[in-house]
Design a protein around this ligand. Structure first.
Ligand code: SF4
Length: 357
């Protein structure tokens, strides 16, 4: 920290709250999870909004709440049905953790989402941000809810140039937000900061000229709003080449398999994928026999595309293949009719491959 040993020195907290809230009351976004302050809906929306844009989340949220309107419905649902409702949204561990935590709420808290910070924090998938969002938005408690958007806004307003990629910087912003948050209306305060970050104080080109808190903003005064926040670059994204097989048996059924229970896209379904990092294409059929216990014949490549995750990129080549002979041993592949593929939750990259079938 530079001059920010006390970033709130000379900062007029009540005038800031007043300007922000006045703007929010007339400009707040009309979002489906804002129709009531049901803590379960706030929770679902906040989990969906992690890593995902509001416009993308809205139809998913509506569909999810229609399917699982209460904690009891979500707790009782099959995991595959929950993943199906999450299909396309990505970061599927969010859905599994949410259901796991909701089951705990039903078992341990009589179906009421806890309003106690310690109890909330003990639930799977609830970190400091989600905890703060539920407590403030649904229970009107003056708890900070700090994510990247909130850090961006406050780094500019208070001219804080600490690296927001570091965990200790998040702590600093939590402490700052904890002091600035309105005690009269903490629910609106946190949502107002979120809206400001999403619609006005945006990452690349903040609309300072129409900003309701411009008068309080140090970065604007100094003309450095584009230079904040400071964020060190994430690690390099690793490239992972794969051959994806659209494999049919003699009845024309298509081979799919379920991904492992842990890790990336856990428990979702996919067409079989052969890692090509250390494998020559000529050996692919042998590799397939060794791993799946079935002999296949590969056709010519039909297409290719990339799918980028936060830490790695799949480079996917798509190949038609036919089943030649099945070995004795049990294979992990399941053969299904093309029309049945819709019953299984697939990650987006594999949904796109269906056009090649
Ligand atoms: S004045 Fe500009 S930089 Fe400052 S909070 Fe508003 S939009 Fe962000």
């Amino acid at each position: 920290m530079t001059v920010q040993d006390n970033p709130l020195q000379n900062f007029n907290i009540s005038a800031f709250q007043n300007d922000l809230l006045t703007w929010y009351y007339t400009n707040k976004r009309d979002l489906p999870w804002r129709q009531d302050q049901d803590p379960y809906k706030v929770w679902v929306s906040e989990i969906m909004l992690q890593q995902t844009k509001v416009d993308t989340v809205i139809p998913y949220f509506n569909n999810f709440i229609e399917k699982f309107p209460t904690v009891y419905d979500l707790a009782a649902a099959e995991e595959q049905a929950v993943l199906k409702a999450w299909e396309g949204l990505g970061y599927y561990s969010r859905a599994r953790n949410l259901q796991h935590a909701v089951r705990e709420v039903v078992e341990n808290y009589g179906g009421t989402v806890p309003d106690d910070p310690k109890q909330l924090e003990g639930l799977k998938g609830i970190g400091s941000y989600t905890k703060g969002a539920i407590l403030s938005i649904a229970y009107n408690q003056p708890e900070p809810a700090v994510d990247g958007n909130v850090m961006r806004v406050f780094s500019r307003v208070l001219n804080i140039d600490d690296d927001i990629a570091l965990p200790k910087t998040k702590k600093l912003f939590e402490s700052v937000t904890g002091e600035v948050i309105s005690h009269e209306d903490p629910s609106s305060f946190n949502q107002a900061i979120m809206d400001l970050g999403a619609t006005i104080c945006t990452p690349k080109s903040p609309a300072c000229l129409v900003c309701p808190v411009q008068e309080h903003c140090e970065a604007f005064k100094l003309g450095i709003e584009q230079q904040l926040p400071i964020k060190t670059k994430a690690k390099k994204n690793k490239k992972m080449p794969y051959a994806v097989l659209l494999l049919r048996n003699e009845e024309g059924k298509v081979a799919i398999e379920q991904r492992p229970e842990e890790g990336l896209l856990a428990n979702l379904w996919q067409f079989p994928m052969v890692p090509l990092q250390e494998l020559e294409m000529e050996l692919l059929e042998n590799w397939f026999y060794a791993h799946y216990g079935v002999r296949v014949k590969l056709g010519k490549k039909q297409g290719e595309f990339k799918h980028v995750f936060s830490h790695l990129t799949w480079e996917l080549g798509i190949y038609p293949a036919v089943l030649m002979e099945q070995a004795e041993q049990v294979t992990s592949l399941t053969f299904v009719d093309e029309a049945e593929l819709g019953n299984y939750p697939f990650p987006v990259s594999h949904q796109k491959m269906m056009q090649f079938l």
